[in-house]
Design a protein. Sequence first.
Length: 127
Amino acid sequence: MNVTHLECAACGLEHEAQRLQNLCRECGKPLLVRYDLERVRQRLTKESLAGGRADLWRYREVLPVESDQNIVTLGGRGLDAAASCDATWTRTGTGRALHKGRVAEPHPEFQGTRNGCGGFDGEGSRR
């Protein structure tokens, strides 16, 4: 695990990462997870992502889990594809667009999740 400590978002007080906690013991504000980013940079590369798992756990280096035994999945099919919906966005004059969402039969727990569609203009700005 590349987590170094937890840090209060408000007062900056450091807390130990190995203890389950989410609020600062001094001011009661949320804690942020802090990582050894140099270590993450060495292990999380374009190559490791390209050849890695096709689920959330491909980003394990920046997820706060110590042991592989604690990794849980919902049995999904992997990463959702981003499908082009350029025709719709071209008709509306907004440029290029991608749609990301569950296309075929979502898992029952995710029936209510929303799909997203984002547009990009010619300069790459998000609409």
